[in-house]
Design a protein around this ligand. Structure first.
Ligand code: ZN
Length: 143
């Protein structure tokens, strides 16, 4: 808008929402046109080798940053029941299984916004407490 100074918070939010809508529209198109999307992807891969290799490195770095963030989050929160604070022993338990979209252990390549949205649906619980409190059939299937 002419005469306005800089970008307001609302403008930023609007542009993020617009960007997310564009991404969602692209994903929808890709879901409905799988063969064509694959064909275009392959063509792009071969015609833009520099971009693709930079993108792979960028995504790998981003994934490592997200993984580190998730580990620090688990260490900070600790087990809801016993207080265990080692990320290697801690799981994300979805409070309502119906809300579960993805498994957080496989989400480090997603955007931080998506990761945080999924974490909001979860409690951090250590593996032992997770088994004791939430195993199917009260743990009778564990030998
Ligand atoms: Zn525990």
């Amino acid at each position: 808008m002419p005469g306005r100074k800089g970008c307001t918070h609302k403008d930023k939010m609007d542009s993020e929402i617009r960007l997310e809508n564009q991404r969602e529209a692209r994903r929808r198109w890709q879901r409905n046109n799988k063969e064509r999307a694959l064909e275009l992807g392959r063509k792009f891969y071969h015609t833009h080798p520099d971009y693709v290799s930079k993108k792979i490195i960028h995504n790998r770095k981003r994934g490592l940053i997200a993984l580190q963030w998730i580990r620090e989050y688990k260490n900070k929160i600790g087990c809801l029941y016993c207080g265990e604070k080692d990320y290697r022993c801690l799981d994300f338990h979805h409070k309502d299984p119906k809300d579960k979209k993805r498994c957080l252990s496989q989400m480090h390549l997603y955007s931080m916004a998506t990761i945080k949205k999924e974490i909001e649906k979860c409690e951090v619980i250590c593996s032992n407490c997770h088994r004791k409190n939430f195993s199917k059939k009260g743990g009778e299937n564990i030998c």
